[in-house]
Design a protein around this ligand. Structure first.
Ligand SMILES: [Zn+2]
Ligand SMILES: [Zn+2]
Length: 256
């Protein structure tokens, strides 16, 4: 694999159906690992469109248990039964406390079709706030959305990519984003339709500015957000580069 950190957007929409956007899913590629951040409805089809094999995924990190962030875990696991090949390695699925209960409910509903031996699929609940993996460090924190919701900060060789998951404006998220090369922040609603527990362009931009991130990527758009001038509003509050993510977009950070 190349010496870069790569972000590949597989789902930039919400549970509001959109022919152009799947629900939340980003593939983060380090030189060693393929990591999915959330796996909402439509992610699996978008992976197929982008030529990403389910066998190539090493980790899935789930930020919370809303269907637009986790529901394609069910078809993903089912797909492994058919698609598993000799390249398939152990898949590790991480989530906030409550993941085990979620998985048990899924297994009660779908039985053997989503069940694997622990040398194929393992589940982990996040407990320690700082987790070291072979090729990256993960720092997570609770954010303001649902009771279990977490934001994620990935550190790879002095470079940082942070993800809000779903979250309102909060200091925890600003800390996770501190001086990140890229902050991927949700932007559910336009400012005039902002709701508690979600970000709008001005709130996401304020977080990016206060955290001094190098680049802000907005994602997770409800229709009212897409109908507003997100970039212009975000640029009023954030002095760095800001872009809107679309399904299929990718961004790279060279690793030194
Ligand atoms: Zn949510
Ligand atoms: Zn969501």
């Amino acid at each position: 694999m190349s010496q870069e950190l790569k972000l590949h957007f597989l789902g930039t929409g919400t549970i509001s159906p959109d022919p152009e956007r799947s629900c939340s899913c980003v593939l983060l590629q380090t030189p060693k690992e393929n990591i999915l951040i959330d796996i909402g409805a439509g992610s699996l089809r978008r992976m197929a469109i982008e030529g990403i094999d389910v066998n190539s995924i090493h980790y899935i990190f789930v930020t919370h248990f809303h269907p637009d962030h986790v529901s394609d875990l069910i078809p993903f696991l089912f797909a492994l039964h058919n698609a598993r090949n000799e390249q398939g390695q152990l898949l590790r699925v991480w989530g906030p406390p409550g993941l085990f209960r979620f998985i048990q409910s899924m297994e009660r509903a779908y039985g053997k079709w989503v069940q694997y031996s622990t040398d194929m699929v393992k589940f982990y609940e996040m407990k320690r706030r700082l987790l070291d993996f072979p090729g990256f460090r993960l720092i997570w924190n609770k954010v303001i959305h649902t009771q279990e919701s977490v934001g994620l900060r990935f550190e790879v060789a002095n470079h940082v990519v942070a993800f809000s998951g779903d979250s309102g404006y909060c200091q925890e998220l600003i800390r996770l984003c501190k001086e990140a090369d890229i902050a991927v922040l949700e932007c559910s609603h336009a400012d005039e339709f902002a709701v508690k527990g979600h970000l709008s362009p001005s709130l996401a931009a304020k977080i990016a500015e206060e955290a001094a991130v190098k680049k802000l990527i907005l994602t997770h758009f409800y229709p009212d957000a897409l109908n507003s001038n997100l970039l212009e509003i975000a640029q009023k509050y954030y002095s760095g580069e800001v872009v809107l993510a679309s399904d299929g977009d990718s961004y790279s950070i060279p690793l030194d």
